[in-house]
Ligand binder design. Structure first.
Ligand code: T1G
Length: 699
């Protein structure tokens, strides 16, 4: 690992060599520095090209080094850029594939830059809760202008090299090179060396300006703050880019470095770095590796053209994979296809999908009423009504029709995958693929591993998830798997809070200020209160000793199912989706508390947030100790990608670690003493109690 050195005639070539993404780790930086020294002292060499080994230039600093001495070990990236600036011979960065973060900063610090078209160019540091820390916020505005630079720094999104090269007056790329990038870059380097008459060009000497700086940056800062829900990095990015206009280059560099160090230590950045690796670790399962066989998945079928079946189908159409949908009646089929069309046509109207691409997607869709039409499918995903008897019947039929080796997946959200597998003669081929509504949008896919599910089937489905751009998390079989099982406790606690004195809007406001996309009562009204009602009825019978609040039941008995019935925990105006606080619900809660003998009290935001989040954490700890989930970071990924948990808090288990498990358990014991709460609810899961007692964390 490091930087490889070779020469092509009188041009030196430094190749970044740190697979898979050429992270600028300590050894790589040292290799570059030593190679530059060699070029400087070798009179036969007239220029140097820096290029990435493998398929890309560099994804930036090696995030794994953060918080360790290696991250700042000399030569750190800062020193390396100073060394390049002092070189007497031209340094050309030749970028392809990915040029991001510190990798882009390395290129920006070079004298010249050439790029292969199609290169993803970006400064994604804000997604890690930091900002570019080696001149990116100072050099990029000088290379492409303040506004496009600010947009890239604040959003962290990548832009293709050819798009950036087309910006009028840009100084980012001196040339786009089709075909052999290295040969083109060496020719360009030779031309630079031979045509040299003045000093080598440095972006630090270019002036960054904006015609209306004061107003523009104030607007940008307000916008960044408004969109980031108490997450500090985006607004700080604006401050740093503003410095490129208001301060000298070196002052701007120092200001950027100061902010970088400040953000690096924030809990939000630590959480986001946790999320970065957690999302990638989710696909890693203890007993599956590259040697595990995979099955071919050419033909895919979906059973059921309802909301879930249609959304699941769209994932495959979006990935360019043909799908056959099966339904029981032509009317249901037509309705399902019409819904898929409506979804795509909405995207076409918004300009998010080209009309020809829409038609190409629809050309991949087949429909049928006959099971024999799907007999040769490699994978079939059942998405019929959430009733065990109905699903068992579908799987009996599939078992009799599908070819040997076909993977039989169920999209059930809570039912027992083992029971479903047992009605077939091939339980090893049965697996859960729990999509989240809207299935074509939500990234989370819970892959439910039955006790008989084979490793091959699991490995195949995990690989498939990547191709349909889903974040797969493996779950064992239990009621609600990982996410919905924890969500049940979250809603129980939310209902206890309104029994004790909160209004639904007070609870929602507090947790949304914490960073959740939507509070529990707005979610309940959106999803339909009758869903929770049906689940509670089932559980009242299965677990009569468990205390549930009856607030939700009372609303359902009044027909207040949520948005679909025009009223729920909130009132709704016809044709609008705004959740309006309801005087009826307010009066109902007053009466409810009277009847229950509850003296309402004012409950603060911290208590609301912590009772909701620790409810998730306590159940998450049980999910871990029962082996339903293999890693605490997987539980975090479920909540980050499927339930709107704020990314800059890292997920429920990560947030509990941030607060400290000792403090979590101390708060729970306090809540257990509340006569209107449920002491049993706050009994710490054994794993949580043990970790807290031992001063340990989930991670
Ligand atoms: N550091 C360490 N490991 C990294 C890494 C990085 N920057 N980027 C990726 N990996 C690992 C990743 O964990 C996975 O490991 C493997 O590479 C493949 O990644 C000074 C301070 C480049 C678009 O934030 O966006 O520069 O799971 O699965 O889908 O101002 O990786 O195989 O063991 O994501 O093809 C800023 C983060 C750093 C870029 C490729 N840079 N990476 O996506 O592969 S901070 C980033 C990505 C910085 C400077 C600051 C993506 C990718 P494993 P992958 P991919």
């Amino acid at each position: 690992m490091g930087a490889l050195f070779h020469t092509r005639g009188d041009v030196a070539v430094i190749t970044l060599d740190n697979p898979p993404v050429n992270g600028l780790a300590c050894d790589v930086r040292r290799g570059i520095s030593e190679a530059l020294d060699r070029v400087e002292t070798d009179a036969s060499l007239i220029a140097v090209v820096i290029i990435g080994g493998g398929k890309l230039f560099s994804a930036g600093a090696d995030i794994r080094e953060f918080g360790r001495p290696e991250a700042v070990a000399e030569p750190n990236l800062f020193s390396l850029l100073m060394q390049i600036e002092m070189m007497s011979k031209p340094v050309i960065a030749a970028v392809n594939g990915v040029c991001m973060g510190g990798g882009l900063e390395l290129a920006l610090g070079s004298h010249y830059r050439v790029a292969a078209p199609g290169t993803d160019v970006g400064l994604p540091e804000v997604k890690l809760g930091i900002l570019p820390g080696c001149g990116g916020t100072q050099r990029l505005p000088r290379a492409i202008g303040v506004e496009p630079a600010l947009n890239m720094v604040v959003t962290g999104e990548s832009i293709k090299s050819e798009v950036l090269a087309a910006i009028p007056g840009q100084k980012l790329f001196d040339q786009l090179i089709e075909g052999d990038l290295l040969a083109g870059a060496c020719d360009f380097a030779r031309a630079c060396a031979e045509s040299r008459s003045t000093d080598l060009p440095l972006l630090r000497h270019v002036k960054a300006s904006h015609p209306n700086a004061e107003a523009y940056f104030q607007f940008a800062r307000n916008t960044a703050k408004g969109a980031s829900r108490n997450f500090p990095a985006p607004a700080k990015c604006v401050d740093a880019v503003e410095a490129s206009v208001k301060r000298t280059f070196d002052e701007g560099l120092a200001f950027e470095r100061h902010i970088f160090r400040e953000l690096l230590g924030t809990p939000e950045s630590k959480a986001l770095r946790h999320v970065f690796f957690a999302e990638r670790a989710a696909a890693k399962v203890a007993d599956i590796d590259a040697a595990t066989a995979r099955r071919t998945l050419d033909k895919v079928s979906v059973i059921g053209a309802g909301t879930m079946g249609g959304g699941i189908t769209m994932n495959f159409l979006d990935a360019g994979r043909p799908v056959t949908i099966l339904e029981t009646t032509q009317e249901a089929l037509d309705r399902g296809v019409a819904t898929i069309r409506k979804n795509y046509e909405a995207l076409v109207r918004k300009g998010k999908l080209a009309a020809d691409k829409y038609e190409r997607k629809m050309s991949l869709l087949r429909t049928t009423l006959d099971y024999t039409d799907i007999a040769d499918a490699d994978l079939v995903i059942e998405a019929v009504y959430e009733d065990l008897k109905v699903k068992e019947q579908v799987f009996r039929t599939l078992d009799g029709v599908m070819k040997p080796g076909a993977i039989l997946a169920t999209n059930t959200s809570t039912l027992d995958v083992n029971r479903i597998a047992e009605v077939t003669r091939r339980p090893q081929d049965v697996v859960g693929m729990h999509f989240f509504s809207p299935a074509n949008v939500m990234k989370l896919l819970e892959v439910v591993r039955g006790k008989a599910t084979s490793r091959e089937v699991l490995a195949t489905v995990l690989d498939l998830a990547k191709t349909i751009r889903k974040t797969a998390v493996v779950s064992g079989v239990c009621d609600g798997f990982i996410g919905n099982r924890m969500l049940d406790q979250y809603f129980r606690q939310a209902s206890f809070l309104v029994e004790e004195g909160c209004s639904p809007e007070q609870v929602d406001r507090a947790i949304e200020k914490f960073g959740f996309a939507m509070g529990p009562f707005r979610v309940a009204d959106l999803a339909g209160n009758d869903i929770g009602w049906a689940i509670r009825k089932r559980r009242y019978i299965e677990k009569p000793h468990v205390r549930y609040s009856r607030v939700g039941d009372v609303l359902c008995e009044m027909g207040r199912f949520g948005q679909k019935s025009g009223a729920g925990f909130y009132d709704y105006v016809e044709g609008r989706r705004d959740a309006v606080p309801s005087p009826i619900v307010k009066d109902l809660l007053v009466q409810f508390r009277k009847d229950a003998g509850i003296e309402p009290r004012k409950i603060g935001e911290d208590e609301i947030v912590h009772r909701l989040v620790w409810a998730l954490v306590n159940e998450g700890a049980r999910v871990l100790e029962e082996g339903i989930s293999g890693k605490a970071s997987d539980v975090d990924v479920v909540y980050l990608t499927g339930y709107g948990f704020p990314r800059h808090r890292g997920g429920p288990m990560c947030y509990a670690d941030t607060v400290g498990l000792y403090n979590v358990v101390r708060s729970m014991r306090q809540y257990a003493r509340n006569p209107n709460d449920d002491a049993a609810f706050w009994e710490p899961a054994p794993l949580l109690a043990r970790l807290a007692a031992e001063g340990k964390s989930f991670s």
